[in-house]
Design a protein around this ligand. Structure first.
Ligand code: PAP
Length: 345
């Protein structure tokens, strides 16, 4: 189910200013909101604005407003919600391959994931579908439609919360998330701005000033709602997916109402999906090595290491202490007999 036409091209035309850096095309509603919101210097170029308790760059804020005003969820929709840099690209690919496997064999040499970025096949609502206040007609897309978002639970369009659409939520250890975001921001920063130092990025992250931050509040909102309504929200941790990928892919298939049949089990279809969506496979594809998203980001910037625990190579003891303290305090009381947030801290 290609939800949009793939738009990654292996050799895109040169673009002097990628659109993710542009922020002049805003509606009056967005401009007024920005004028009255708290703001902080962001990690890349633009300011971040506090909207409904979370930090958004202005260009993204425009997409958030349009998405909130126009997105009509269907009962059959599957929405992938993530904290930025928690493995979104990986789960987009896996979800896409999972729900389309009847018509697109994960072993097929013409599988869309071999030619298109997962971000084009499962587009972000606020960053791609509704970017620049465009309002595309999504009614003709076949079910199940699969979209993604970085929006916090409280900012999701009302129809998403009120219909039977399913939400898959993915998060990751805050230290790894922070390091991943820092590398990503430095890749996106225009050359003349130089790099943002780890110390500055870390301090912002700890104060909650990061893309869709505060990180911990984002996780907690979805966590709470997933416990209250496990049939609607599937809560997943990057580290768990790394540790037991087959187990969690099968759980995910059941949640998405497309469980693996006995025949598929015997044929190893889940294994095929994991192989197709593995870091090694995706990151070595031509489209992901040399392609760009329509917004200007290089596809390769979404693939770095894909490791658990890489933060150890970057954080000083005092940084570890500071972030662990925040995590302990924020996630206090989240371990019950049935579930735990342990594993991401
Ligand atoms: P996004 O939220 O901006 O879309 P996202 O895909 O969540 O980005 O973050 C990229 C991270 O996922 C990178 O982590 P790292 O910086 O710690 O290395 C990237 O390497 C990792 N990643 C991308 N694809 C995969 C994959 N197939 N398997 C495992 N990790 C992956």
């Amino acid at each position: 189910m290609p939800t949009t036409q793939p738009s990654s091209t292996p050799h895109p035309a040169p673009n002097p200013c990628p659109t993710y850096l542009q922020e002049d095309d805003l509606t009056q509603e967005c401009k007024s909101l920005i004028a009255s919101s708290a703001k902080e210097q962001g990690w890349v170029l633009s300011y971040l604005y506090l909207y409904q308790g979370f930090w958004q760059p202005s260009r993204q804020l425009q997409g958030v407003l349009t998405c909130q005003n126009h997105f009509n969820a269907r009962n059959t929709d599957i929405i992938l919600a993530t904290t930025p840099k928690s493995g979104t690209t990986w789960l987009k690919a896996s979800l896409y391959a999972l729900v389309n496997r009847a018509s697109q064999s994960p072993r097929g040499l013409d599988h869309p994931l071999l030619k298109s970025s997962p971000h084009d096949l499962v587009p972000f609502l606020e960053l791609k579908v509704y970017v620049d206040h465009q309002v595309p007609d999504l009614t003709t897309l076949p079910s199940p439609r699969v979209f993604s978002t970085h929006l916090p639970f409280g900012s999701l369009p009302i129809s998403m919360r009120e219909t039977g659409c399913k939400i898959v939520y993915l998060c990751r250890d805050p230290k790894d998330t922070c390091i991943s975001l820092w590398h990503f921001a430095n890749k996106l920063r225009p050359q003349h701005k130089g790099k943002i130092s780890l110390e500055e990025a870390f301090d912002k992250f700890c104060r909650g000033v990061s893309l869709n931050g505060p990180f911990w509040d984002h996780v907690l909102e979805y966590w709470k709602h997933s416990l209250e309504n496990p049939g609607k929200i599937f809560f997943l941790k990057y580290e768990d997916l790394k540790e037991k990928p087959i187990f969690h892919l099968k759980r995910l298939a059941e949640f998405c109402a497309c469980p693996f049949s006995k025949k598929e089990e015997n044929q190893g279809v889940a294994e095929d999906i994991l192989k197709l969506c593995s870091f090694d496979n995706l990151s070595n594809l031509e489209v992901n090595k040399n392609g760009k998203l329509s917004s200007g980001e290089e596809n390769r910037s979404f693939f770095r290491k894909g490791d658990v625990g890489d933060w150890i190579n970057y954080f000083s003891p005092s940084m570890i202490e500071r972030m662990d303290k925040i995590t302990r305090e924020k996630f206090k009381g989240t371990t019950t007999k049935k579930a735990t947030l342990r594993g991401i801290h």
